[in-house]
Design a protein around this ligand. Structure first.
Ligand SMILES: O=C(O)CCC(=O)C(=O)O
Length: 298
């Protein structure tokens, strides 16, 4: 077995073990402390992020935005970048600063986003990665997806694919067609369904594949995503254009709420990409090499 494939099998075995451990733990609330080691090995972990007062205050801010947006799925800044997305980002960063500093000392939130899936929404969010936000050869961000109501897969809770952050070290740029677009049938059986109480969060590596099912419940499912990076990490953005050219830029945190979503910055310091962009073939290779559920003993 080659070294990367061995590493992949190891990650899948470790994630499977975590799955069994975590499944038992989900009957209780997850811990208030974040197990960063588990994010490194398995790509995700659960954490009790917000208390009841936090949930109420965050919900009040989120409701001002989603009240006017009753589409089957609404994400800010992805569907509504600009001043409103920036306001929400700034207000929630300020409101949650204390809790985030306790949870992840040495990290700084660089984006707070809203994802809302109303009741009886048939909208599925296909499995995908998030972008590359820092030089992951040195350090990586941590994402926190936190629903503001209790939810399960049936009501649109996020699902993750354990260990998938280790499938490739290539850059994940903004692009027109996700590398995962044609692989949904292979990815879905690998996903873990998570159950959340309002204020619980899944902390994950942005390279961990994730998605969500329709919200078949009679209850709206508002959620926030908080992206944090080590304080000394330079934020970056990569874009793959229609011609297949990959460009890289140094950006600051305002880029993620103000810039038109998925577009390269109009003016920013260019940087040289340290790899080519992740491809569908990379993911097919990883799936072939050992991420199949039967090989993980599931
Ligand atoms: O909130 C959801 O249902 C999906 C969120 C998501 O996948 C994302 O923000 O990348």
């Amino acid at each position: 077995m080659t070294e990367p494939v061995g590493r992949l099998h190891g990650a899948v075995r470790s994630a499977t073990a975590t799955l069994h451990r975590t499944a038992a733990r989900w009957r209780r609330r997850p811990p208030r402390d974040l197990d960063l080691g588990q994010v490194d090995t398995d790509g995700f972990t659960m954490v009790q992020l917000l208390d009841e007062t936090d949930v109420r205050d965050v919900r009040a801010v989120v409701d001002t935005v989603i009240a006017d947006n009753d589409a089957g799925f609404f994400a800010s800044p992805a569907h509504a970048w600009g001043d409103e997305a920036r306001r929400v980002d700034q207000v929630l960063k300020a409101r949650l600063a204390g809790r985030l500093a306790d949870l992840l000392p040495g990290y700084e939130p660089f984006m707070v986003a809203i994802t809302s899936k109303p009741r009886h929404s048939s909208q599925q969010i296909k499995f995908h990665h998030d972008w590359t936000y820092t030089d992951e050869r040195r350090h990586h961000p941590v994402f926190l997806w936190c629903p503001l109501v209790d939810c399960t897969a049936h009501s649109g809770a996020l699902q993750v694919i354990p260990g998938s952050h280790l499938w490739s070290e290539r850059i994940r740029p903004s692009r027109t067609l996700e590398a995962t677009e044609h692989l949904q049938g292979e990815l879905e059986p690998l996903a873990v369904e998570l159950a959340f109480r309002a204020g619980d969060a899944v902390a994950f590596h942005p390279g961990t594949l994730h998605g969500s099912e329709p919200n078949s419940s009679p209850i709206d499912r508002p959620a926030i995503t908080i992206a944090l990076a080590p304080q000394d990490a330079q934020l970056v953005h990569f874009h793959l254009d229609q011609g297949g050219e990959l460009s890289g830029f140094n950006v600051d945190e305002s880029f993620f709420t103000l810039n038109p979503y998925g577009q390269p910055p109009a003016a920013a310091d260019p940087i040289a990409p340290w790899s080519t962009a992740l491809t569908e073939q990379d993911l097919r290779d990883a799936l072939h090499d050992g991420a199949r559920p039967e090989e993980a003993g599931r």
